[in-house]
Write a protein that binds this ligand. Structure first.
Ligand code: ARG
Length: 270
């Protein structure tokens, strides 16, 4: 009886051992593929960028190709940097005022939207170095003679909600009625329809809109405080330390300059 029991146990262990070995073997190809594989074989991590695609030539929706692709200066920079760092890139269109909240909510890994790194924004996001400087302008109906801050006294002035232009207008144009709107093309339409008198818009963007709308003109006004564009990240993001050296390299090698020429001196987008 004892022998029988011994035999049975031995047999059982043997069967179990075979099972374990088989199980291990069948797992082996899977587990071996990750540590030993070349990095190119593993799928690249995709970063999500949020932008407000109402801002040609920085970012806008290209419709002429039939598809609705977001293109522009910022998009080319984002593509270059993520490619250099080996990331995939997905771009989401969000109203400008919702961009920093999108970072805070973890819905975006970074924001590129011609965004200026103001002290207030730095409380809620980390910023890269500035990669492009800009100036403000007054956009108005051609011949309206609204060419300086004083001339906007008593006028309706459009600005993009949440932009530094809104801050500038509220602080500086105290005698004007400031009308914040979500999208730059809405602001342009309001001027064309005479529902507002003027708008404060960044120079390169104003240049594009006035070129495609000959009934409008713009005048550059002196800068107050910080201007220019930087990339925004969620506070504490490790991406900042990876992005900044690539941006620096783009500045040093003339790559940024090449993109400035491509987007800012060609035919303006509408
Ligand atoms: N530079 C300005 C700012 O930071 C305006 C940027 C607006 N950008 C946009 N994509 N609409 O407030």
């Amino acid at each position: 009886m004892k022998t029988l029991k011994f035999l049975f146990t031995t047999l059982l262990s043997a069967v179990f051992a075979v099972f374990v070995v088989t199980a291990c073997n069948s797992q082996a190809p899977d587990s071996a593929s990750s540590p030993g594989a070349s990095p190119a074989a593993s799928p690249a991590e995709t970063l999500t960028m949020a932008t407000s695609a109402d801002y040609p030539p920085y970012e806008f929706i290209e419709t002429s190709s039939g598809s609705e692709e977001i293109v522009g200066f910022d998009i080319d920079i984002a593509k270059y940097i993520t490619e250099q760092l080996g990331f995939g890139l997905e771009i989401n269109n969000v109203d400008f005022n919702g961009l920093i909240p999108a970072l805070q909510a973890g819905r975006a890994d970074f924001v590129m939207a011609g965004m200026t790194p103001t002290e207030e924004r730095k409380q809620n996001a980390d910023f890269s170095m500035i990669y492009y400087e800009a100036k403000n302008t007054i956009v108005s109906k051609a011949g309206s003679n609204l060419t300086d801050a004083a001339s906007l006294e008593g006028k309706k002035v459009g600005v993009q909600l949440g932009s530094i232009q809104e801050g500038f207008a509220k602080d500086t144009l105290t005698g004007a009625e400031i009308i914040p709107l979500n999208r730059i093309n809405e602001i342009v339409q309001e001027i064309k329809a005479n529902r507002i008198d003027a708008a404060i818009i960044e120079d390169t963007v104003a240049k594009g809109y006035t070129a495609s709308n000959p009934d409008l003109e713009f005048t550059v006004i002196p800068n107050e405080g910080v201007a220019g564009s930087a990339i925004a990240f969620p506070k504490g993001s490790e991406l900042l330390a990876q992005f900044d050296p690539v941006l620096q390299e783009m500045i040093d090698s003339g790559k940024i300059e090449e993109l400035v020429t491509k987007w800012f001196s060609g035919e303006p987008a509408s």
